[in-house]
Design a protein around this ligand. Structure first.
Ligand code: GDP
Ligand code: ZN
Length: 354
């Protein structure tokens, strides 16, 4: 039997070699380090009105930066002064950035200004300790799980919810493979319990097989930039293909499946929406999990904890714990408690990709 992976990142470990190669190419093509810094670099003059357009960076590769504007893609260079702007740390430009660019002809342009970001999706880089910027200006994270194969894992969903909120993105939970519930009464019961315990989240039951819930997801994607994250095997690729294949027209970039690239790129959906799907993004933000993050996520536990004997009670094995008592009295969902303790363990074990 094949190994089950909780984190997409584990699944993609083999892709690391390829990512390393990408990084080498990126370093080779980045000539900015050889140039002297210019004090005026961060003061890029405002472009003349009418000359520039506001586009969106949809991919960045050794071959160039693709900027999407009005249904067309422009291969862009960076204006000299922008390249030297070191204040933006390592990644000057990220997929998803809104930029002012000057179209030079039908297919080429020059980026003159990068606009401020509303959200930033990061992950840890290959070396294991450095943050890497993945994509900017993401509105929605579709946190995807499945009811069976693999089974529902509330702690993973909570994990992604914490990361989404920290990154200023809206979490929406999709629970896929709902069609399989009819033959799995045990899983159906867990799912019902999950729905009632996690009422404060937006949860959409979906099935790629029957098409259930797909239209709801599509309507949430309109005019937004979305990413799909979640454990390997839950059906993210199937979902995206189903969504893109139905009635949302896609732009010039055709989604070819998960094995084509490890780099992030934006897939234009209709006139105004975008979606990103790449392995790195699927398991974003799995680092820096602190006990405070975990406590902040579980308001029920926090409130119950006010009545614990010890103020600093972590509700694991302390005496006089109101949380454990609520669990025994069945006023606290065991799913929530289990998720809480699993995430606390992750903090202790330092299991995060930093
Ligand atoms: P990913 O790793 O999250 O991208 O998952 P995939 O899209 O590769 O799907 C994993 C497996 O689940 C594939 O064999 C799919 O055919 C299957 N699958 C996806 N969605 C559904 C669904 O709604 N119902 C059922 N029964 N199987 C599904
Ligand atoms: Zn307690």
């Amino acid at each position: 039997m094949s190994k089950e992976y909780d984190y997409e990142e584990d699944f993609w470990k083999n892709e690391r070699k390829e990512l390393r190669k990408d990084r080498r190419i990126a370093q080779k093509t980045d000539r900015s380090k050889y140039k002297k810094t210019n004090q005026a670099a961060s003061k890029v003059p405002r472009p003349v009105a009418g000359d520039t357009k506001q586009g969106r960076v949809i991919s960045i590769s050794g071959e160039g930066i693709l900027v999407h504007f009005s249904g067309k893609n422009y291969s862009c260079s960076l204006k000299g002064a922008l390249k030297k702007d070191r204040s933006r740390k390592k990644n000057l430009l990220v997929v998803g950035d809104f930029v002012d660019f000057l179209p030079l002809n039908e297919t080429e342009g020059q980026i003159v200004q990068v606009q401020e970001r509303s959200s930033l999706l990061e992950r840890i880089d290959i070396s294991g300790r450095k943050r890497q910027l993945l994509a900017a200006n993401i509105d929605t994270v579709f946190i995807t799980g499945s009811v069976v194969l693999p089974p529902l894992k509330p702690f993973l969903i909570d994990r992604y919810v914490i990361a989404a909120k920290k990154g200023n993105m809206e979490p929406v939970v999709l629970i896929n493979k709902i069609d399989l519930l009819s033959s799995s009464p045990e899983e159906a019961a867990v799912f019902e319990e999950f729905l009632s315990a996690y009422k404060n989240l937006t949860i959409i039951p979906v099935s790629c097989k029957t098409g259930k819930g797909i239209d709801t997801v599509q309507s949430l994607m309109k005019k937004k930039t979305s990413v799909f994250s979640g454990q390997s095997g839950v059906g993210k690729s199937s979902l995206i293909n189903k969504i893109l294949g139905l009635n949302l027209p896609i732009g010039e970039i055709v989604y070819k499946g998960k094995h084509t690239t490890t780099k992030a790129h934006l897939i234009p959906i209709g006139a105004t929406g975008f979606c990103i799907d790449t392995p790195g993004i699927r398991s974003f933000g799995l680092w820096d999990l602190s006990k405070q993050d975990v406590l902040a996520r579980f308001s029920e536990i926090r409130e119950l904890g006010l009545s614990c004997k010890f103020q600093n009670c972590l509700h694991v094995q302390e005496p006089g714990c109101a949380v454990k008592q609520a669990l025994e009295e069945k006023t606290l969902s065991p799913l929530i408690y289990e998720s809480y303790t699993k995430l606390l363990e992750e903090c202790d074990q330092g299991r995060y990709y930093t």
